[in-house]
Design a binder for this molecule. Structure first.
Ligand SMILES: *[C@@H]1O[C@H](CO)[C@@H](O)[C@H](O)[C@H]1NC(C)=O
Ligand SMILES: *[C@@H]1O[C@H](CO)[C@@H](O)[C@H](O)[C@H]1NC(C)=O
Ligand SMILES: *[C@@H]1O[C@H](CO)[C@@H](O)[C@H](O)[C@H]1NC(C)=O
Ligand SMILES: *[C@@H]1O[C@H](CO)[C@@H](O)[C@H](O)[C@H]1NC(C)=O
Ligand SMILES: *[C@@H]1O[C@H](CO)[C@@H](O)[C@H](O)[C@H]1NC(C)=O
Ligand SMILES: *[C@@H]1O[C@H](CO)[C@@H](O)[C@H](O)[C@H]1NC(C)=O
Length: 863
């Protein structure tokens, strides 16, 4: 599999395969363990391929073969797999049957661990049933001795090259296998046998075994010879195997004819097309059969080796050459087959560490390899900890084993996120340096040889901090401060839906100092969205990447409009800004009016309308509360506009304006309404001694409204301070007393309605806002305090039930000049007698010494 770590190797190699061979005929069906020496004696060869598969090669004429007439051969094996994960041994029965009818008179096989010669027996028809086939080491499996007598082999003569004779039993003990089949005699010799000697043939060393078998009765001797030629040369790319064309030790006459030459691998003959596909070559020159195999070619595999933690591979392949020749004199054919395992010398293949990290992905990506397919990754050691492959996967690392398509090699890839603790982080200025030092713990199988490969990875990432925005509001502006990120001033600013052009920047007083920019955007700016009437203004600020136009940063600043949206000035002016709200996009602010449709905005643009009006105009109404008073108007579209398009959104626009005043407020509110034509009015009393009444600006009674001020406008909550003076009198004995004071709306002192606030020198008890008398002291202006009276009246005294504004007041007082030397009681007493007890009209009876005066003041406009 390409995408997951496979531990197939390990499980398979831990499970060792025991091979047991058995004869079908054996009574209790039990089997015998195939040891290496038994294998070479009996014609078995066992090897393991690069995937850990066990491959068993068995000679047709192996000791355990069931032989049917030397044509059909059957072998049965038990494969006992033990040490596997299940615990119990698994046993597999394998039965193979092969047909081989066309025997050459001599067949030679040179295997990895044995040489086998099968010769046609000299005397046809002679038969000795297979006996002594199985070595004496395991007597139970020796077939019963044949009593048949006739043609048993009694002795073997070896020419090594010195002549040496052994009995059959001796030979079997030395590891030779001897088989008599119906028509053939088989001798098998382990490669390591003492009787094997080396002979140079055409420059190639050959291992040679030369024997004769001597038969009992006829003293018949059969020549048996075997030879294997091994001359191999290597280049880093190619294996070349030389085999003599004429295998001298096997050719007695010296005259022979080569009939066939074949090549194969692992005992399998290949045709020309298969050889070409694998880039194998086979050719003959004068002396040799030459086989060439590229290193790494299919059919072989790489085997890994480790020496001093260095990684090596060698290429292993078992090619086969098969020759068929006939000797001129005897016309006997020899089939000669050599299976020759070749392993190249160790090739140093230091594994590569390829860093595929893309820092922007925040991931280390590393590839190690290639390794042979017999290498397994066990664990990864980081400076801080060791993680097994399973740990790594659980930790979220990606570890993959990638096997090349032809299975000859594999690489491992590892991905570790920068955020994992095994990654070390270090800051260098504005650069973050991430480093990873994994050591891959690897194992070569099946030997379990450990080795390791260390990688040093480093990735640098310039820290990108995006710009940030902050801001706030005051009573008229949004203030926006942009702090640049690491990329500096590389963005475009959007205010609402507008791009911040240099013109706008200037208008908003943009200041830029290399790290920050700031600007002030007025509430009335087009970029400001109003979220609901008079409640909140919102400014959306977006910084965009200059190229991609992607939003780098978005920021919204929302502020309640300060009270200045509507302002109530002490002088009675009310200003109000009606802002077009987001929810009524089609509104034309210039069409808005106050309640009085003739009161339009003094200024408007497409975003807002600005109204200035006075509290006594434009349909403003007034409302009273126990301690407060409110002036109310509203801004909307005039009726006729709403009627023409009742469904229009414009109809929904209504902005209420209110000015709320606390009655307890002590500060005076001067109020000048539109000038009037009416003349100042101050009726002087008749008589020598004149009396004056005046209105003071405050309770210090030091500054007074001048005659030309009238009509004077007074705000309803404001107290009125009156002073009445007896003019042109130096007589300290004379005093001025107030008898009655009242207010009327008309100039006529007798007109109705009339509000009494002083009755018979005393505060009117019916008035909830009672008159307050102020004492008079001597000062630069006042020589005789008795000539003065000062009092304070709340304007509300006259305002009951009145909601209409702009009316005027006239204040009237009846004044009495009393002579202190001749006190007459009543008003002149300076006391405030119980009104009930006082006879009505008593003052009319006052004597001549009394002077009655009348003063009036007005108009005072009440707002
Ligand atoms: C069968 O063979 C095994 C030896 O391999 C032996 O232990 C066992 O006793 C034999 N059983 C019989 C019934 O002969
Ligand atoms: C097997 O694959 C590897 C890598 O894909 C390549 O280098 C090698 O030559 C291949 N070997 C054969 C025999 O195709
Ligand atoms: C890691 O694997 C190696 C095999 O390559 C082994 O020798 C070593 O003991 C292992 N370490 C741990 C802690 O398992
Ligand atoms: C730039 O302006 C910001 C904000 O006013 C200030 O904090 C910063 O110190 C200024 N930087 C320089 C270099 O003047
Ligand atoms: C009233 O006061 C405001 C603020 O002081 C001023 O702008 C305005 O002109 C004044 N109006 C009149 C009519 O005096
Ligand atoms: C206003 O005056 C009244 C009566 O003098 C008092 O009860 C009330 O608490 C005052 N209100 C404020 C807001 O001071």
């Amino acid at each position: 599999k390409n995408d997951s770590v496979s531990f197939r190797w390990i499980t398979l190699l831990l499970a060792l395969v025991r091979i047991e061979a058995q004869k079908k005929s054996s009574i209790n069906n039990s089997a015998i363990l195939l040891t290496p020496s038994l294998a070479s004696q009996c014609g078995f060869n066992v090897k393991t391929d690069q995937w850990g598969n066990t491959i068993i090669f068995a000679s047709l004429q192996n000791c355990f073969a069931q032989n049917a007439d030397d044509k059909i051969f059957t072998t049965m094996l038990s494969l006992r797999v033990h040490g596997n994960q299940v615990g119990e041994d698994e046993v597999h029965q394998v039965v193979e049957t092969c047909q081989y009818p066309a025997w050459a008179s001599r067949e030679i096989i040179c295997e990895h661990n044995y040489m086998e010669v099968s010769v046609k027996r000299a005397a046809p028809g002679d038969y000795a049933p297979p006996g002594n086939a199985v070595p004496g080491t395991n007597p139970k499996f020796s077939a019963p001795q044949t009593i048949d007598g006739g043609f048993r082999i009694t002795r073997l003569k070896f020419f090594s090259p010195v002549e040496k004779t052994m009995s059959v039993t001796e030979a079997q003990r030395s590891g030779y296998g001897i088989v008599n089949s119906p028509s053939r005699l088989v001798l098998r010799s382990p490669k390591t046998s003492l009787e094997t000697y080396t002979q140079m043939v055409a420059g190639v060393p050959m291992m040679v075994l030369k024997t004769s078998a001597i038969f009992e009765k006829k003293w018949l001797a059969t020549q048996i010879e075997a030879a294997v030629a091994c001359s191999v040369s290597f280049t880093p790319d190619t294996i070349t195997w030389y085999l003599p064309c004429q295998v001298d030790p096997l050719i007695s006459s010296g005259q022979f004819k080569l009939l066939e030459v074949h090549m194969g691998v692992d005992g399998q003959r290949l045709d020309a097309a298969e050889m070409a596909a694998r880039q194998y070559t086979l050719f003959l020159n004068d002396l040799h059969v030459v086989v060439q195999i590229p290193v790494g070619a299919a059919g072989g595999h790489f085997k890994s080796h480790v020496q001093d933690n260095q990684y090596f591979t060698s290429y292993m392949v078992t090619p086969m050459v098969e020759l068929l020749w006939t000797e001129d004199d005897t016309h006997e054919e020899t089939r000669y087959k050599v299976l020759f395992p070749i392993a190249t010398p160790f090739l140093s293949r230091p594994p590569q560490v390829i860093d595929n990290t893309v820092p922007e992905q925040w991931l280390f990506k590393v590839l190690v390899g290639p390794f042979g397919s017999d290498v397994a990754l066990m664990n990864i050691t980081f400076p801080s900890e060791i993680l097994s492959v399973t740990d790594c996967v659980a930790r979220g690392f990606s570890i993959l084993e990638h096997i090349s398509p032809n299975s000859s090699s594999k690489v491992f890839t590892l991905e570790v996120p920068f955020t994992d603790p095994v990654v070390q982080q270090m800051r260098e200025m504005s650069t973050m340096v991430y480093s990873l030092h994994p050591t891959f713990g690897l194992l070569v199988l099946p030997e379990f040889t450990p080795f390791s490969v260390t990688a040093y990875l480093e990735a640098r990432l310039v820290e990108t901090v995006p710009p940030s925005i902050s801001g706030g509001c005051d009573y008229k502006n949004f203030y926006v401060l942009v702090k640049y990120g690491t990329q500096g001033f590389n963005f475009q600013t959007m205010l609402g839906k507008q791009i911040l052009t240099s013109g706008l920047a200037q208008q908003y007083n943009l200041i830029e100092n290399g790290t920050h920019l700031s600007m002030a955007i007025p509430f009335s700016a087009p970029a400001v969205a109003v979220e609901s009437s008079s409640i909140r203004g919102r400014l959306d600020v977006v910084l965009q990447n200059l190229e991609t136009k992607q939003h780098m940063k978005a920021f919204t600043l929302a502020c309640n409009f300060p009270s200045t949206l509507t302002e109530c000035f002490p002088n009675g002016t009310i200003t109000s800004v009606a802002v077009k709200v987001e929810s009524v996009p089609s509104l034309d602010p210039s069409k808005l009016t106050l309640r009085d449709p003739s009161c339009g905005p003094v200024y408007s643009n497409e975003h807002y309308a600005y109204f200035v009006f006075t509290a006594n105009s434009c349909g403003t109404t007034r409302k009273f509360f126990p301690n407060a008073m409110m002036y109310v108007n509203e801004i909307s579209l005039p009726d006729e506009l709403q009627k023409t398009d009742p469904n229009s959104e414009e109809a929904e626009y209504e902005l209420k304006i209110s000015c709320y005043y606390d009655i307890n407020m002590t500060h005076a509110v001067a109020f000048h309404p539109r000038p009037r034509r009416s003349e100042p009015y101050a009726e002087n009393a008749k008589g020598a001694k004149q009396v004056a009444i005046r209105l003071a600006l405050d309770d210090s009674f030091s500054v007074f409204h001048k005659v030309e001020d009238y009509p004077t406008a007074k705000y309803l909550q404001q107290p009125l301070y009156f002073e009445v003076e007896l003019m042109q009198s130096n007589n300290p004995k004379v005093s001025l007393e107030l008898e009655n004071c009242w207010a009327t709306q008309k100039e006529d002192r007798t007109s109705e309605p009339r509000w009494n606030f002083i009755i018979d020198g005393c505060a009117s008890p019916a008035d909830p806002y009672q008159v307050l008398f102020h004492p008079v002291w001597v000062d630069s202006r006042v020589q005789y305090p008795s000539h003065f009276k000062r009092f304070e009246v709340q304007m509300f005294a006259f305002a009951e039930d009145q909601e209409n504004l702009g009316h005027q007041l006239f204040v009237h007082c009846d004044v009495v000049i009393c002579d202190a030397r001749n006190p007459l009681g009543g008003v002149c007493n300076g006391q405030c007698p119980n009104q009930e007890n006082r006879p009505k009209g008593q003052r009319r009876a006052i004597q001549d010494g009394l002077t009655f005066k009348y003063v009036a003041l007005g108009p005072i406009l009440v707002i």
